[in-house]
Each structure stands twice: as structure tokens, then as C-alpha cells.
Design a protein around this ligand. Structure first.
Ligand SMILES: Cc1cc2nc3c(=O)[nH]c(=O)nc-3n(C[C@H](O)[C@H](O)[C@H](O)COP(=O)(O)O)c2cc1C
Length: 222
């Protein structure tokens, strides 16, 4: 084994998980709707000092059914579902147009918590997508105006040039349109809340429903 590999393994195996004081989660007292529990857990993640608790993994599948995943920002969570924003022309945008199903994962290690959401994905429409971008920072607008997300970039210089132009435009025209930008909503049919436990007696509470109607709640073996 090479020294580099040995160093890597030593570092890897020295890492710990569920090694901080963890909250108890009484699943029998969980609310009837997963959105309520998500909002509570999100507020608790912020209060616990979790860095970037509003970031999540979005998993999609491509036309051949092969999975793909990336980190995104959560833009909202309401009775319609979990919202994010991206370009319709990006890799994920194309994947979602062909197969409108996705899974989201949040991991909040400060409390040993994970939330998983699965559902159907719908673009929310032009008006809300425009408002989505307007409500965000100049940097977010500049980023959305820069180039064509997920296309091959010929050189770093090209990005710098396009980004400088985009920043200028974003500052001068804060209401400018980005035709490819869309807000999407994941309408959940399943959501799972995982509370880690030092003894590995993790609590997993799953909510599921077939269509609109009451949620079924059940515990899962960890
Ligand atoms: C912390 C973080 C937040 C991100 N938020 C977004 C986002 O809200 N929207 C977005 O399109 N890409 C976001 N990205 C970039 C994506 O991870 C990804 O690189 C990009 O969307 C292209 O993905 P695709 O090729 O699968 O379409 C974020 C990346 C990181 C690391």
C-alpha cells in the first residue's frame, strides 16, 4: 500500500459520527404532517449552529434511469412541497423534464439528523420563477446570468469574462429576466426523519401517502 493511501486511510478511519451530544426524538409525539416536523427540525438545526442547513442533495435520474445527484439550496417548503431553483437547460433540468421524480436529502450532523423527501417535481411557472430570482442576491442573479450551466466550459478566462459582464448587468438591471431560470417544487409522497443515536438505536420515522390525504406514519428499522 502506498504512503498516500496509508495516510488517507488513517485519516478516514479516525473520523467519528454520532460522537456529539444528540437530542432525543420521540416519534410518537411527531405531528401528522411532515412539513410541520421539517420546519421544527430546520429551526432546531439553525439553533444548534448547523452550518448551511438550507443546503440539500437533489437526486434525479437520466434518460437511461441512471442516478445523478448534486447539492442545491432550499428556497422554500410549504403545503405544495420543497422548492429549489435552477436552469431548465442544466443537466438536472433536462433530466427532470424527461423524468419528473426526485429525492432530496438534508444532513444536519450537529444533531445527527437526516431528512429524506421523495416526490414528483413540477416547475412552478414563469411568474413565480421570476419572483424567485428577484428575491435573491445580486450574486445569485449574476450567477444565473452567467453562461449555460452544465455545458462544457472551454476555458477559465471565458467564465471570468462572462461573469464580469453578468455582475455588471445584474447591478444595472436587477429586474432582468433569465428565461432558463425556474423554480421547481418537489411534491412529496414520502418523507423520512432520521435521528442518530450513539448506541446505533437510531430513530427512523417515515411518512407516506398514495395521493392527497392523511399521512401514514411508521417506524423503520435502522
Ligand atoms: C452549497 C451549494 C449550493 C448550490 N445551490 C445551487 C442552486 O440553488 N441551484 C443550482 O442550480 N445549483 C446550485 N449549486 C450547484 C449544483 O450543485 C450543480 O453544480 C449545478 O446545479 C449543476 O448541476 P447539474 O449539472 O446536475 O444540472 C450549488 C452548489 C453548492 C455546493
Amino acid at each position: 500500500m502506498s504512503d498516500t493511501q496509508k495516510t488517507f486511510r488513517a485519516l478516514l478511519h479516525a473520523q467519528r459520527v454520532w460522537d456529539v451530544p444528540l437530542p432525543r426524538f420521540d416519534a410518537s409525539a411527531a405531528p401528522a404532517d411532515p412539513l410541520d416536523l421539517f420546519r421544527t427540525w430546520f429551526a432546531e438545526a439553525v439553533a444548534a449552529g448547523q452550518t448551511e442547513p438550507h443546503t440539500m442533495t437533489l437526486a434525479t435520474v437520466d434518460a437511461e434511469g441512471r442516478p445523478d445527484a448534486r447539492t442545491l439550496m432550499l428556497h422554500d417548503a410549504d403545503e405544495r412541497g420543497w422548492h429549489f431553483g435552477t436552469h431548465t437547460t442544466s443537466e438536472k433540468g433536462r433530466q427532470l423534464a424527461a423524468r419528473p421524480h426526485a429525492a432530496l436529502t438534508f444532513y444536519w450532523p450537529a444533531q445527527g439528523r437526516q431528512v429524506r423527501v421523495r416526490g414528483t417535481v413540477t416547475p412552478v411557472g414563469r411568474a413565480e420563477s421570476r419572483a424567485d430570482l428577484r428575491a435573491r442576491s445580486t450574486g445569485a442573479l449574476a450567477a444565473a446570468l452567467t453562461g449555460t450551466q452544465s455545458e462544457v466550459l472551454p476555458s477559465r478566462d471565458e467564465l471570468v469574462r462572462a461573469s464580469e459582464e453578468a455582475w455588471e448587468r445584474a447591478r444595472a438591471e436587477p429586474d432582468t429576466e433569465v428565461e432558463t431560470w425556474s423554480r421547481y417544487v418537489v411534491e412529496p409522497h414520502e418523507a423520512e426523519f432520521f435521528q442518530g443515536d450513539a448506541e446505533r438505536r437510531h430513530v427512523r420515522l417515515r411518512y407516506r401517502r398514495e395521493a392527497v390525504g392523511p399521512w401514514t406514519r411508521e417506524l423503520l428499522w435502522p
